[in-house]
Design a protein around this ligand. Structure first.
Ligand SMILES: Nc1nc2c(ncn2[C@@H]2O[C@H](COP(=O)(O)OP(=O)(O)OP(=O)(O)O)[C@@H](O)[C@H]2O)c(=O)[nH]1
Ligand SMILES: [Mg+2]
Length: 433
């Protein structure tokens, strides 16, 4: 995977027919190899050539030359634009494969860019997020990370962490009496840093959700209007509505975009004790969806529907009372009241969903993936383990925890263990990128 000495080739545009396909050829010898195949020099930046593919057939294509180091990979690179026909693409690639060129692995062009120090690791990862972005905000986030925004945020929190650590390390060298005097200041400084880290962690979590689609799971007892709500919020008739409790069994998905963020709603089976085998399976799926949701909209008709819900513990949740249009409807504090049927308060509900994630300026959002978030969370554990009593009893351990968090965060843009990690990251790319 990490051998960057040879010349690689792959089609960089999606498979299928179109006006054009673009094939990339990268490696120090790429230009020489192409010149040999063509029997002519490639002196210009853009060259119109006739590439012999088999006896009697030459493909007219445009070869754009990017000389090292001013190319995507940092190596000599050629982009071959040909007619968008999979047969022609295959023939061109086959031609080069006969000339000391090999097929590129998934993400290998971007890996080479990383290896040539043209991009840092998290910037390389953002490339795939640019490709996969489904909404304006996901695209903004990916571009921000691509422009170094994530690293800037991490370095900023590391700077604050190190300032805190300096204070702790200094106190370790004090005599016991002097240390007692400053202990209060240190406790205050650490509390302040903990708060800063909490804010940073929240921004990272929201950024992770926004970088993907936000998964909003609609849950609650049967017959409360979950399916009516998914249809109303997404303006599509995706889920069956009926007055019979236990109608929905499978998880039904539909999406909408608000404030540039894509929300994927999941309608689920009503939660109740059931002896019906199929319904039971549906309830299992519902519970699974709730557990992995970014946010749950829990729907009920009365306050009683919200009692005893251990599954929602620690989950961001909006509690909603539906069917406010009905006669005899009872209002309750702490709940959002709607009517999925008449549409009353649905725009309010939509803005509540957005504000659960967008509690900061959208331009602040950076693309965060599961790997980044896992280091942020591990760092959070190390920071939260610093209690006031630990500060009083063991400053060395406090300093150690701060150091551990610092190292964990550093892994995001400067990983310690190289090859297997890089292999895993770049394997998630498409071939040709
Ligand atoms: N009056 C009134 N009726 C509603 C409202 N929302 C849903 N209903 C009705 O309530 C019944 C159940 O609606 P569904 O959307 O199927 O309920 P559900 O929660 O998906 O039910 P299950 O799939 O069985 O869990 C249907 O007859 C709907 O027309 C509302 O806001 N007001
Ligand atoms: Mg339903």
């Amino acid at each position: 995977m990490l051998d960057a000495s040879d010349t690689i080739i792959a089609c960089s545009t999606p498979p299928g027919r179109g006006a054009l396909s673009v094939i990339r050829l990268s490696g120090e010898s790429s230009i020489k190899i192409a010149e040999k195949l063509l029997g002519r020099a490639l002196n210009k930046k853009v060259n119109l050539v006739k590439l012999p593919l088999w006896d009697g057939y030459k493909e007219k294509c445009v070869l754009t030359i990017f000389n090292s180091p001013n190319s995507y990979t940092g190596e000599n690179l050629i982009e071959i634009s040909c007619h968008g026909n999979p047969l022609i693409v295959r023939k061109i690639i086959d031609k080069f494969l006969q000339s000391r060129v090999r097929m590129a692995n998934p993400g290998e062009f971007t890996l080479r860019s990383y290896m040539a120090n043209k991009m840092s690791l998290e910037e390389s990862e953002a490339v795939i997020q640019v490709i996969n972005a489904n909404s304006d905000s996901a695209l903004i986030a990916a571009q921000n990370t691509l422009n170094g925004g994530l690293r800037k945020k991490i370095k900023n929190i590391q700077k604050k962490l190190r300032e805190t650590r300096v204070v702790v390390e200094t106190l370790i060298d004090f005599t016991d009496e002097d240390a007692d005097v400053y202990l209060g200041d240190v406790k205050e400084k650490i509390e302040f840093f903990k708060e800063e880290y909490k804010k940073f962690g929240k921004l990272m979590e929201s950024s992770k959700s926004i970088s993907d689609d936000i998964r909003v799971v609609l849950a609650g007892p049967p017959n409360v209007g979950k399916s009516t709500l998914i249809n109303a919020l997404t303006n599509e008739n995706v889920s069956i509505v009926s007055e019979i409790p236990g109608t929905t069994r499978d998880v039904v998905k539909s999406s909408y975009i608000a404030e540039g963020i894509r929300f994927v709603l999941e309608d689920t089976a009503g939660l109740r004790k059931s002896s019906d085998k199929i319904e039971e399976k549906g309830i299992k799926l519902a519970k699974k969806a709730i557990k992995s949701a970014d946010i749950v909209i829990y729907l009920g008709l009365t306050k009683k529907d919200f009692e005893d819900m251990p599954i929602l513990k620690g989950k961001p949740c909006i509690k909603v009372l539906n069917k406010m249009d009905l006669k005899g409807y009872k209002d309750s504090k702490g709940f959002t009241r709607i009517s999925a049927k008449t549409g009353k308060n649905l725009s309010l509900l939509k803005s509540l969903i957005v504000s659960s994630f967008l509690n900061f300026d959208l331009s602040e959002v950076v693309a965060v993936n599961a790997r980044h978030l896992s280091f942020v969370k591990q760092g959070s554990k190390a920071i939260n383990a610093i209690s006031p009593s630990l500060i009083s009893s063991n400053l060395e351990l406090v300093a150690e925890n701060l150091k551990e968090c610092d190292a964990l965060l550093g892994n995001i843009y400067d990983p310690i263990s190289a090859d297997d990690l890089l292999g895993k990251i770049f394997n998630t790319f498409c071939i040709g990128k």
